[in-house]
Design a protein around this ligand. Structure first.
Ligand code: BGC
Length: 373
């Protein structure tokens, strides 16, 4: 939203990049293909929605970093409406943005608007979510999305001692928004751990929402990642498939917004934190979910320190502006259907009740008062 009129010149940018290079983690580099001479650091940031805490942190954090570098920044949120996001990007390019940082609402639909932008020399960084079906995406900065799912799956495996042969346990699997490229990676990461136990009968899915061999995760995806929709879906499953006194033992939830809805549904159905409360996974370390973890209503969350992602994108932008090679560490995983997008993947981390204080609060990601401590 904020617009400042500063220009980061090539000379200053090179200085900044060289300054950072000493402490940069090892990785390969990709040529930005940028032009020569003075490049204006004029950045349009397109975020999906203000309705989720993480995107507010992401957008505001990144804007602040770029403004410190003297960049002109336009930050927009699109109410999870793709058309709105497209027109915001068009306005940003018309307003002079030379670099776009886009967290796509729908990974499939931004091709044409980004191709127009690329035609005008704009560099595009896909932020957190990949943009598919176009060559007009230059770089991708994200957390390792498959790893997020693996951490959730392995957490469940360990908690239930599945590797030791325990079971059977009742599992309800959920998946994220089918239009979000990340959601498939999250699900696959988790399912690669859990699927053998569904096959062996150690994990049973009373709702039959997915069979062991069924990899059609989109059929159980919650479009738009809404808590209310997850709650309604969990209500349906509990009312339809848990009528004979059966209990849910474990819920695979890909993120915190879904976990919140699922937890509300369990509370309304009479589950109480303690003995019969299921294991529930999450992702993002949203405040409400950290409170739920402290109240024994959620077992874990996969924390992605969005400040780190912002710093990585800041570095990419400094390198692009300087006409330097852009550092990436993955050139294999993220094929968007047209090209393999050079990516920088950061490491996600499991947070449980014991980690709230030493990890989330000590690192300054959350204030103790944010979570009632
Ligand atoms: C992000 C998650 C987030 C979800 C819903 C995903 O693309 O990677 O961190 O929970 O979108 O906004």
């Amino acid at each position: 939203m904020s617009r400042t009129k500063n220009v980061l010149t090539l000379a200053t940018a090179v200085g900044v990049v060289f300054g950072l290079a000493a402490c940069a983690p090892a990785g390969t580099t990709q040529n930005a293909g940028g032009g020569e001479g003075e490049v204006e650091c004029n950045v349009g940031i397109a975020m999906p929605t203000r309705s989720l805490e993480r995107w507010i942190n992401d957008g505001e954090g990144l804007s602040a970093l770029l403004e410190e570098d003297g960049c002109t920044v336009d930050l927009q949120y699109a109410d999870n409406e793709t058309d709105q996001q497209i027109s915001q990007i068009q306005n940003q390019v018309a307003g002079g943005a030379q670099i776009l940082v886009v967290a796509a609402i729908d990974g499939e639909t931004l091709g044409p608007v980004l191709e127009d932008a690329a035609g005008q020399g704009v560099t595009v960084i896909a932020y957190d979510r990949l943009i598919n079906g176009t060559d007009a995406v230059d770089y991708y900065a994200t957390f390792d999305n498959y790893q997020v799912g693996q951490l959730q799956g392995k957490f469940i495996e360990e908690q239930l001692d599945l590797a030791g042969g325990a079971g059977p346990f009742n599992l309800e699997p959920f998946a994220g928004s089918p239009d979000d490229n990340n959601a498939g990676f999250f699900f696959q990461g988790a399912w690669d751990v859990l699927q053998p136990y569904v096959e062996s009968g150690q994990l049973v899915i009373p709702s039959n929402k997915l069979s062991a061999t069924n990899d059609d995760w989109q059929s159980i995806g919650i479009l738009g990642w809404g808590s209310d929709d997850a709650q309604a879906e969990m209500d349906n499953r509990l009312q339809s498939f848990y009528t004979g006194g059966q209990k849910v033992d474990v819920v695979l939830s890909p993120n915190d917004s879904l976990a919140l809805g699922i937890e509300q549904s369990l509370l309304s159905a009479g589950y109480a934190p303690g003995a019969d409360w299921p294991i529930i996974t999450g992702q993002d370390a949203d405040k409400a979910n950290v409170q739920a973890i402290l109240a024994d209503q959620q077992s874990m969350t996969v924390w992605k320190d969005t400040r780190e992602l912002g710093e990585r994108v800041q570095t990419m932008i400094q390198q692009i502006v300087a006409g330097e090679d852009v550092e990436v560490n993955d050139e294999e995983t993220y094929d968007n259907g047209v090209k393999v997008v050079p990516a920088y993947l950061l490491d996600p981390q499991v947070v449980t009740k014991d980690d709230v204080e030493p990890v989330l609060i000590e690192s300054g990601f959350l204030e103790a008062s944010d979570v009632g401590l």
